[in-house]
Write a protein that binds this ligand. Structure first.
Ligand SMILES: [Zn+2]
Ligand SMILES: [Zn+2]
Length: 652
């Protein structure tokens, strides 16, 4: 019998094989000969459409002893491939493990997932209980429910309880989190509630763990997975619900390699599997907000914070009225306020979203900037590591550079990064311990010890980047100083305002969590105070409504579909010529607006030049279909690479 087999590679269609004596059903994993090698493949739902050439049909070698990939998951992967313009084979690759399916795993490896701890009883507040009841309605079919609650309002316990009801019916559950850095604190919370271990899935877990989890999920031995984006593609045997925590978080967007939005794809997977999905957030993304307004999604709100803690107060410190002395960034006003907080044993956070010591370095003599040789961006000076670093490609430059007249350059460092603020803090508060909280300092093995010290208030002053806004729980943090509220990205980026709203809302949510009064101080040169009032309003819906109207008026997402096409090459001239030719070609084939080509704002990354096109069209899969067809028919010159980004978030 002939069977269609999809293999995890760049092809967009299954290949036809002969099953021989094997009795093969949809979704079963097989080993097949492919070229000169052997590959793992899956029995797919459709044969290749145009099978013009007469291929010799080979025999399937063997069938693997694994429960088959279910029909709904196959339909989801087909749709995923169509929506994101990703070859079907590459979509399948996401659900396998380096191209493999895992047949056998030692039963001992599953012990830790079965351990039964004593279950703890949790008391829910009236609001939490109401939300839980609303979520539990219609829990046996597809629907999207948004659980919106102020930071620290106890949303987690509510969705844990909803998940528990579904697990008790014999189903599996998936909880998605945007940041792997958070999983430790979260895992503890989970164990306390459920009494067993969840499986943790992200790119940095060991191969052995991955094998155990992949197999455990496909056999149903593992009940709950907590995972990053890629967990969405695991071959669950009997998935009963998906929860997307911090649904507004833009790190759900995978924007390199295979480009997709994991939150949106989770909703689609839930729809194909006909299971309920819950989106959790303090401030919904604009897309989600629109779906709530149009009643496509249901919503429950929790307005009061844990132990009735109130949200922090805001104070704006106008830097135009204060003279900061040279090379300092913290005003006398703030110093006095912080001193008072320190006397009360409050923990302080100085927030600045810039890693390193200084974002620019230029020479006093030749006036040249220090740019990355591979990318068209400034190198950031990292004083602690004594180097200049490119935050895009990781290039490290040293500070000795040949200047005019055989001299070496004499650098001036312009602007502050967190390291520079830390130096200033040390001068102002010499007797207080401080720590830098950024991806440079917190992605190491020792970071869990540092976290513990911060939680226990052993370190009174933290200087942090946006990493700290991501859901950490520091009970003594009652004072946040935003060193410079940077609203500069507004205007260039259609999501600039939304990004700021999310960032400052999350950031403020770190303060006052244990019920003590807390304040956020904004130092700013920005004279338009309304912007700050808007993004710090305790009711974020006001801002979201305004922003949504603006998007509607200008026909922007979520009212239109944007698709970015990014052409890259190390040959600049070839790229420029080709991009015009490509634009003219797809313009003639597509029934929508095609903008560009324009040089990308970051024109060069990793030695490759980048040119962007933007398609603006209806929210219909037809756009993707016709685009896919025209891309397949266009012959790109050698050395030109195209990436397609559907629903782009970054326009760099
Ligand atoms: Zn670089
Ligand atoms: Zn110089």
């Amino acid at each position: 019998m002939k069977v269609p087999i999809l293999v995890p590679n760049i092809f967009d269609h299954p290949f036809t094989y002969e099953s021989g004596k094997l009795n093969l059903k949809l979704g079963e994993y097989v080993i097949i000969p492919f070229g000169k090698s052997k590959l793992t493949g899956v029995v797919w739902d459709e044969f290749e459409k145009e099978n013009k050439k007469e291929f010799l049909i080979k025999n399937v070698i063997s069938k693997l002893n694994i429960s088959p990939l279910n029909k709904n998951t196959i339909s989801f992967l087909n749709w995923f491939s169509k929506y994101n313009l990703i070859p079907k084979g590459m979509a399948l690759k996401l659900s396998l493990l380096s191209g493999e399916a895992i047949e056998d795993v030692d039963i001992k490896n599953f012990e830790k997932f079965e351990t039964n701890f004593k279950e703890k009883f949790f008391d829910l507040t009236e609001e939490q209980d109401k939300a839980l009841n609303e979520i539990n309605k219609e829990n046996n079919k597809f629907r999207v429910h948004v659980l919106q609650g102020t930071t620290s309002s106890g949303k987690t316990i509510v969705y844990f309880a909803a998940l528990k009801a579904i697990i008790n019916k014999g189903f599996q559950g998936l909880i998605m989190l945007p940041e792997i850095g958070l999983t430790k604190q979260f895992e503890e919370k989970f164990k306390e509630f459920f009494g067993f271990n969840p499986a943790i899935w992200h790119s940095r877990i060991t191969k052995k763990n991955k094998k155990t989890i992949w197999n455990g999920v496909s056999t149903g031995k593992i009940k709950v997975v907590i995972g990053a984006r890629s967990s969405l593609f695991l071959p669950f045997k009997n998935l009963g619900t998906i929860i997307v925590d911090e649904e507004h978080d833009q790190s759900y967007k995978q924007d390199e390699g295979i480009i997709y939005n994991a939150r949106d794809m989770a909703i689609s997977r839930a729809s194909f599997q006909n299971i309920p999905i819950n989106l959790i957030t303090a401030v919904p993304s604009l897309e989600t907000f629109e779906n709530i307004k149009s009643k496509k999604y249901k919503i429950s709100k929790i307005l009061s914070r844990f132990r009735n803690a109130s949200l922090p107060n805001y104070e704006i410190i106008d830097l135009n009225k204060i003279k900061l002395s040279a090379k300092t960034w913290i005003s006398q006003d703030v110093i006095e306020k912080v001193t008072k907080h320190l006397e009360k044993k409050d923990q302080i956070l100085f927030f600045l979203n810039r890693r390193g010591f200084a974002p620019f370095a230029f020479c006093k003599k030749c006036l040249n900037n220090y740019l990355c040789p591979n990318c068209s961006i400034h190198l950031v000076y990292h004083k602690n590591n004594k180097n200049l670093l490119c935050h895009y490609c990781g290039y490290k430059g040293n500070l000795k550079r040949k200047c005019i007249s055989d001299d070496i350059c004499d650098f001036v460092f312009s602007g502050p990064g967190v390291e520079r603020i830390a130096e200033e803090i040390k001068k102002i508060f010499p007797n207080q311990k401080h720590i830098i909280f950024s991806s440079d300092t917190m992605n190491k093995k020792s970071s869990s010890k540092i976290l513990e010290k911060i939680v226990n208030n052993k370190i009174p002053i933290i200087i942090g980047t946006q990493l700290i806004s991501k859901g950490f729980h520091f009970p003594n943090l009652n004072c946040i100083v935003v060193v410079d509220i940077d609203l500069s990205s507004q205007g260039h980026d259609l999501r600039g305002a939304e990004k700021n709203l999310q960032l400052y809302h999350q950031l403020a949510g770190r303060a006052g969590r244990a019920g003590k009064p807390a304040t956020v101080y904004f130092q700013t040169y920005n004279l338009n105070k309304n912007v700050i009032f808007d993004i710090t309003n305790k009711n974020p819906d006001i801002f979201l409504k305004k922003e949504l109207e603006l998007r509607k008026k200008n026909s922007l997402p979520p009212y239109q579909r944007f698709i970015s096409l990014i052409l890259t090459s190390n040959d600049e001239r070839k790229l420029q010529k080709q991009s015009i030719k490509f634009k003219n070609y797809i313009h003639s084939k597509l029934d929508c607006l095609v903008l560009g080509p324009v040089n990308a704002p970051i024109y060069k990354i990793r030695k490759n030049f980048r040119v962007r096109l933007l398609i603006r069209g209806n929210k219909s899969l037809k756009v993707q279909d016709s685009l896919n067809l025209s891309i397949k028919n266009f012959k790109f010159d050698k050395g030109i690479k195209l990436s397609v980004d559907v629903d782009p978030i970054s326009f760099n």
